[in-house]
Design a protein around this ligand. Structure first.
Ligand SMILES: [Zn+2]
Length: 66
């Protein structure tokens, strides 16, 4: 499998869930070439079950990784 681009790895390294404090668990590339950053949230995390959006954590990670 090809290695993720620097920008994707930097974003993954900077991501932390604001609710359960989980970090990136894995990176995977889909067949269409899009990279996906998998987060291993704790059981019951409101982000994991969709109660709360992860957009704020994603934006914080983008700012940290820039
Ligand atoms: Zn979480």
């Amino acid at each position: 499998m090809p290695q993720a681009p620097d920008s994707v790895r930097a974003l993954a390294a900077a991501y932390t869930c604001g609710h359960c404090n989980s970090n990136t668990a894995r990176l995977a590339q889909a067949e269409d070439g899009m990279w996906h950053i998998g987060i291993e949230h704790d059981d019951g995390c409101p982000v994991l079950n969709g109660t709360v959006s992860d957009i704020h954590d994603t934006l914080r990670a983008l700012r940290r990784s820039a």
